[in-house]
Design a protein around this ligand. Structure first.
Ligand SMILES: [Zn+2]
Ligand SMILES: [Zn+2]
Length: 82
C-alpha cells in the first residue's frame, strides 16, 4: 500500500508539489482520509515548502493552478467531500 506522507496510514488521495523551489519537477504527496487535501486544493501544484493539509483540508502554501487536475490512483476509500 501507499502510506500517507504525514502519518503513514493508508493513503486515499494524491497530489503533487514541487521537488524544490527552482525547478518544475514535482513529487507525489499522499494523504490518508485524515490528512487529505480538499479536492480543489489537490488539483493544484503545491510549493516545495508546503507542509500539507491542516484543518479543513487547507495547506500552508499558495498552490499554482496548472490547468490539469492530477488524478488520484484508484482510491478504495475516499474522505468526506470527495
Ligand atoms: Zn495521515
Ligand atoms: Zn500547499
Amino acid at each position: 500500500m501507499i502510506g500517507c506522507t504525514a502519518c503513514g496510514a493508508e493513503a486515499v488521495v494524491q497530489w503533487r508539489r514541487r521537488a524544490d523551489a527552482r525547478t518544475e519537477d514535482t513529487v507525489p504527496v499522499y494523504g490518508c482520509a485524515d490528512h487529505a487535501l480538499s479536492p480543489d486544493a489537490a488539483a493544484l501544484l503545491h510549493e516545495a515548502a508546503c507542509t500539507g493539509p491542516g484543518k479543513n483540508g487547507a495547506c500552508s502554501c499558495t498552490p499554482t493552478d496548472v490547468g490539469t487536475p492530477f488524478e488520484a490512483e484508484s482510491p478504495r476509500r475516499m474522505p468526506p467531500g470527495w
